[in-house]
Write a protein that binds this ligand. Structure first.
Ligand SMILES: [Ca+2]
Ligand SMILES: [Ca+2]
Length: 227
């Protein structure tokens, strides 16, 4: 009877260990709270001329990569301003315009889910317009104000999922330079890999087995005859 009682206690201990293991694993699987942080990409060249002359260029800042693509010609990131250097002639290279006869636009994609917060444009007068399309939504028309820079702030629900883009295009007038854009990146939640779950379970089970062995009376040593 004592042997049976010991077995029952052992089984109960094993069940408790697996229950604790399951609870701990569930707790570890809960996503961590998302942390939002704002990142400004300065295209004026102050932070480095890294996409000048490229059709598609990547800019990485604080772990977030923005991929910029010119619809015609190449990106122009010089002291003249950020714009598009179109393949045709008579183009103002430091602006997004239609000097070459092509309506220029730049698309920006991100490797994380972001919200578009702010754009800063310059060389943008009250008779000029730009067209902004966020993640395939309806175009937003931005109107310039004068010789100083123009700052446009957007609602935080302007999300740009991975695989979608922000598109800034020439609309009317003589064009504009694209100085800066600011986005908020939502840090990805941390969910342990299945392999981590397995290792955690194996580890806890190992601890439990060790516990049972330590608790088990060394009965066979007491009953083994000594010759
Ligand atoms: Ca241009
Ligand atoms: Ca202009």
């Amino acid at each position: 009877m004592e042997e049976e009682a010991t077995k029952v206690i052992r089984y109960k201990t094993v069940i408790r260990i697996f229950v604790v293991s399951a609870v701990l694993t569930s707790v570890c699987a809960l996503p961590t709270p998302a942390q939002a942080f704002s990142i400004t990409f300065d295209l004026s060249g102050l932070e480095g001329v890294v996409v000048d002359g490229l059709t598609t260029g990547h800019v990485t800042k604080n772990g977030l990569t923005a991929t910029l693509t010119a619809n015609d010609g190449v990106l122009n990131q010089t002291s003249d301003g950020f714009g598009i250097n179109a393949s045709g002639g008579s183009d103002v290279t430091g602006q997004i315009d239609n000097g070459s006869g092509v309506t220029e636009f730049v698309t920006i994609m991100f490797d994380q889910l972001v919200t578009l917060d702010q754009l800063i444009l310059s060389s943008f007068t009250s008779t000029e317009e730009a067209s902004l399309t966020i993640a395939g939504g309806s175009p937003i028309f931005l109107v310039g104000t004068g010789p100083s820079i123009d700052i446009y702030n957007f609602s935080t629900n302007n999300t740009v999922p991975i695989g979608q883009s922000v598109m800034l295009a020439y609309s009317t007038g003589n064009g504009f330079s694209f100085d800066e854009f600011t986005v908020t990146s939502v840090e990805s939640t941390t969910i342990p890999e299945p392999a981590t779950f397995a290792l955690l379970g194996i580890g806890l089970a190992g601890l439990g087995t060790g516990y049972i062995r330590r608790r088990r009376p060394l009965r066979h040593e007491w009953t083994t005859p000594i010759f």
